[in-house]
Ligand binder design. Structure first.
Ligand code: CA
Length: 714
C-alpha cells in the first residue's frame, strides 16, 4: 500500500469529518404540490405502536426509541445458519451505502448515493419506483464524507428524503411522485444533508452537516403535510449585533467569545434526532465546533453552547427544555451527533429510570435521565487520553490537559474519527446490552493552524496540516496511556452494559470501519464489516454463529421484518463514506456496485459475492523525475484530490484510481480539473482553487506512481 505519512494523517483527519448545512431564518415556501391523494398510513399511532410490533420497520431506528431491537424471533442462534438469499437488488451505485431501509405494507424503501430513493416489493425485490432528486453533482465536494444518505422517513402515505443539496422532499409513497420540496439551507454555503428525516407530532425534522466548512448549524421542523416551517433550533448563536432569534440563543451566546460568527461556529446536527411522544420532547445530538480549534473559534474562552451536546427540545416550538454538553469547549471534532436511544433501565438503586443513551465521538458512554437531563453515568467505552473521567456532580469531563493543543502538537485519543461514529448501535432489553460499533486507538496529532483565516465555503479546520507532516508517528504504546479499555484492534463490536457501566463482551476486528448493528429477540446481533462479511453473534455471549461474504464492504446497519409469517433480514452493502473514499479497501475490490441483500431461512445458500471491476491495463506515459516537481505534485494531490481519490493516490476502491487513468484522461486533465468537464460525474471544478501549473505537477506525480506500478515485480 503506497500510503505516505502525510496521507495517513489526512486519513485520520478526514475519517472524522462529517458535514453540515447553514441557515436562512425565513420560513421557506414549498415549491410544488400535486393532486395525488396519499394513503394515510403509517400514522402517528402506528409509529407509537411500532416498538411492540416487529413486522414492519417504520422509522430510522425501527421505533421512536431507536433501539434497533426487533421482537421477531423466528431467526435464532440455532437456525441462523440456514439463512440464504431471498432476493437481492443492485443499486447501480458506486459510493457508500449508509442507509437504513424502511418496510411498510410489503414495500421496502431505501436510498442510495446522491439522495435517490427506491421502493421495492419486499417479497421479491422487484422495483416499484425510483426517484432521483437530480442533485447538481458539481456541489458534491461540499460533502466532507461522501455523497451518502442514511434513509427516509415514512408518514401518512408520504416518503421524506433529505437531498445532499439541502432540500427536504416529500414523495407519494405509492408512486414516488414528488409532492413538495423545501430548500432547508442557503445553497451558497457549504451545507449538505446526509441524515434521515424524523417524524414528530405531525412534523418532519431535519438537520444538516457542514461544521468542517465554516457553517452555522441548526435543526428545522416542517409541517409534514405541507412543508411549511414550524420552528428552528439554532445550535450556535449568530452575530449578536443582528439580534438573537430567541432567549435560548442569547443564553448560548454568553458562552462564546471573539467573532465566532465570522468563522461559522459549527454544531451542525447531521444525524441523530429522536422523539419521545409521552414527554413531547425532541432530542437532538449536535456537532463539533467550526473551526475545530477552540482558540481560533472562541479565543479559547467559554463552553460554546450548544456544540457537542444532547439537547431536549419542546416539540411544539423547538425551545430548549434542557441540554447536556458532552464536550464543553470542543477542540477535536468531538461531535455528539452519534445515535441517541431511549430506554427504561433499572438502575443500580433498583429504580426504573427513563433514560437517553449515547456513545459520542469523545469516547464516553453516557446515560442521562431524559426527563430532567441529569447525568446518571459516563464511562469510557474505548481508550482515550483527553479526559480521565467525567465528574457526575457537575457533569463535566475531567480533562487531562493533554488535549488543549497549541501550535505545538498534542497526541490525542480519540482522534477526529471518534471512538464511535454514525454507525448505529442497538439495545436488547433481554440481555440489557448495547451493541456498539467502535473505532479503537484513533490517536491523532492535533496542532493549531498558524495564521488561520476563515475561508468562505471551503474547509475551515484551524488545524495545522503541514506541521503534522514532519512528525514521526511513534507506536501508540509510546504515548501517554489513556483511560478505558485498552486498544486491541482498529475496530471492535462492544457489548456495553449501561447499568453495570462496563463491556460484557467484545469482538475485535482487524479493520476499523464496520457497519451499524441490529439485535433481535432471537438472541442475535447482526453486523456487517469492512471486509464484506455479514455476521451474526449471540446477543448474550457474542459467539459468532453466522458469516457470509457479500464481496463489498458493509457500513450500513441491517434491518429485519416479517412477511407472510417469515422473518427477513436486509442490509445495504456499498463501500464508501469518508473512510471508504480515502482509506484502505479491506475487500480489495475496485468499483464494486452496491447491493441490497435480503435473507430468509431456507433461502438460496449459494451466495455470489459482488465482483468489482478489473483495474485497467497500464500503458506508459512520460513524466519528469524532478524531485521538487514531484514533491509539489504530491502536495497538490494531498490538498485537493486525496479526500475522494484516496491517500497516496491509492483508491479506496470506490472512485477512480488515478494511477490507472486512461492516456486520454491525462491529456484532458486541465479541462477535467479546472474547467468542469466531469462535473456531471461528481468531479468538482477546481478552477478557482488550483492553477494549471499545480494540476500539471499533480499529473506528473501521479504518472510517477503509475511508472512505479509498471516496474516488474521483484
Ligand atoms: Ca465533524
Amino acid at each position: 500500500m503506497m500510503t505516505t505519512k502525510k496521507s495517513m494523517l489526512m486519513v485520520a483527519i478526514v475519517s472524522g469529518l462529517m458535514l453540515g448545512a447553514c441557515s436562512q431564518d425565513k420560513p421557506s415556501t414549498p415549491a410544488a404540490t400535486t393532486a395525488v391523494a396519499p394513503a394515510a398510513m403509517p400514522d402517528a399511532a402506528a409509529l407509537k405502536a411500532a416498538a411492540d410490533d416487529g413486522k414492519e420497520w417504520l422509522t430510522y431506528g425501527r421505533d421512536y426509541a431507536e433501539t434497533r431491537f426487533s421482537p421477531l424471533k423466528a431467526i435464532t442462534a440455532d437456525n441462523v445458519k440456514d439463512l440464504g438469499v431471498a432476493w437481492s437488488f443492485d443499486t447501480d451505485s458506486f459510493r457508500g451505502l449508509e442507509g437504513t431501509p424502511l418496510i411498510h405494507d410489503g414495500i421496502i424503501y431505501a436510498t442510495r448515493p446522491w439522495s435517490s430513493v427506491f421502493a421495492l416489493d419486499a417479497r421479491t425485490g422487484k422495483k416499484l419506483w425510483d426517484f432521483d432528486p437530480q442533485v447538481d453533482k458539481s456541489m458534491g465536494w461540499k460533502a466532507c464524507c461522501d455523497v451518502v444518505n442514511r434513509g427516509v422517513a415514512l408518514y401518512e402515505g408520504k416518503v421524506y428524503v433529505g437531498a445532499i443539496d439541502g432540500r427536504l422532499i416529500a414523495l407519494d409513497a405509492k408512486t414516488g411522485v414528488q409532492l413538495w420540496q423545501v430548500q432547508t439551507v442557503d445553497p451558497a454555503k457549504s451545507y449538505t444533508i446526509t441524515g434521515a428525516p424524523r417524524i414528530a407530532d405531525g412534523k418532519v425534522i431535519i438537520g444538516q452537516g457542514g461544521a468542517e466548512l465554516g457553517t452555522r448549524g441548526y435543526l428545522t421542523a416542517y409541517d409534514a403535510k405541507t412543508g411549511e416551517q414550524a420552528w428552528r433550533f439554532w445550535v450556535v448563536p449568530g452575530n449578536p449585533a443582528d439580534g438573537f432569534e430567541n432567549p435560548d440563543v442569547e443564553k448560548a451566546a454568553a458562552t462564546w467569545s471573539g467573532k465566532w460568527w465570522e468563522v461559522g461556529g459549527g454544531g451542525d446536527p447531521w444525524d441523530t434526532i429522536i422523539y419521545d411522544p409521552e414527554l413531547r420532547t425532541v432530542y437532538v445530538g449536535t456537532g463539533n465546533g467550526s473551526p475545530w480549534s477552540h482558540q481560533l473559534r472562541s479565543d479559547g474562552k467559554g463552553d460554546n453552547l450548544y456544540l457537542s451536546s444532547i439537547v431536549a427540545l419542546n416539540v411544539d416550538d423547538g425551545r430548549v427544555k434542557w441540554h447536556y454538553q458532552t464536550t464543553p469547549a470542543d477542540n477535536w471534532d468531538y461531535t455528539a451527533v452519534q445515535p441517541l436511544m431511549l430506554a427504561t433501565l433499572t438502575m443500580k438503586d433498583g429504580l426504573p429510570r427513563k433514560v437517553i443513551m449515547q456513545a459520542p465521538k469523545n469516547g464516553f458512554f453516557y446515560v442521562l435521565d431524559r426527563e430532567t437531563g441529569k447525568l446518571l453515568s459516563a464511562d469510557p467505552y474505548a481508550e482515550l487520553n483527553w479526559a480521565s473521567g467525567v465528574d457526575l456532580e457537575s457533569g463535566r469531563p475531567i480533562e487531562t490537559g493533554n488535549g488543549r493543543y497549541t501550535t505545538a502538537i498534542s497526541m490525542v485519543m480519540p482522534g477526529p474519527t471518534g471512538a464511535h461514529n454514525w454507525h448505529p448501535m442497538s439495545y436488547n432489553p433481554a440481555t440489557g446490552l448495547v451493541y456498539l460499533p467502535t473505532l479503537q486507538g484513533t490517536t491523532f496529532p492535533y496542532s493549531q493552524e498558524k495564521g488561520f483565516t476563515h475561508k468562505q465555503g471551503t474547509w475551515n479546520l484551524g488545524i495545522n496540516h503541514d506541521a503534522m507532516v514532519g512528525i514521526p508517528l511513534k507506536p501508540q504504546s509510546e504515548y501517554k496511556p489513556g483511560t478505558g479499555p485498552k486498544t486491541r484492534s482498529p475496530g471492535a463490536l462492544v457489548a456495553w452494559d449501561p447499568v453495570k457501566r462496563e463491556p460484557r463482551w467484545v469482538v475485535d476486528y482487524p479493520f476499523a470501519i464496520n457497519g451499524g448493528t441490529l439485535t433481535t429477540a432471537g438472541n442475535l446481533v447482526f453486523q456487517g464489516g469492512a471486509d464484506g462479511k455479514l455476521r451474526g453473534f449471540t446477543a448474550d455471549k457474542g459467539e459468532l454463529v453466522w458469516e457470509v461474504d457479500l464481496g463489498v464492504g458493509i457500513i450500513a446497519p441491517p434491518v429485519t421484518f416479517e412477511l407472510d409469517g417469515k422473518q427477513y433480514l436486509s442490509v445495504l452493502a456499498g463501500w464508501g463514506g469518508s473512510s471508504g473514499l480515502i482509506g484502505p479497501n479491506s475487500t480489495g475490490q475496485y468499483k464494486p456496485i452496491g447491493r441490497l441483500w435480503t435473507f430468509v431461512i431456507g433461502g438460496d445458500k449459494n451466495i455470489v459475492p459482488v465482483k468489482g471491476q478489473p483495474l485497467p491495463e497500464l500503458t506508459a506515459i512520460p513524466f519528469d523525475n524532478n524531485k521538487k516537481l514531484l514533491a509539489q505534485g504530491e502536495n497538490v494531490y494531498t490538498q485537493h484530490c486525496m479526500l475522494c481519490h484516496g491517500a497516496g493516490a491509492v483508491s479506496g476502491g470506490t472512485l477512480a484510481d488515478l494511477r490507472y487513468a486512461a492516456p486520454a484522461t491525462y491529456d484532458n486533465i486541465l479541462n477535467i480539473v479546472r474547467h468542469g468537464a466531469y462535473t456531471g460525474l461528481g468531479m468538482p471544478n477546481l478552477g478557482e482553487w488550483v492553477t494549471d501549473d499545480e494540476v500539471n505537477a499533480a499529473r506528473n506525480w501521479l504518472l510517477s506512481l503509475r511508472a512505479d506500478l509498471m516496474k516488474p515485480k521483484k
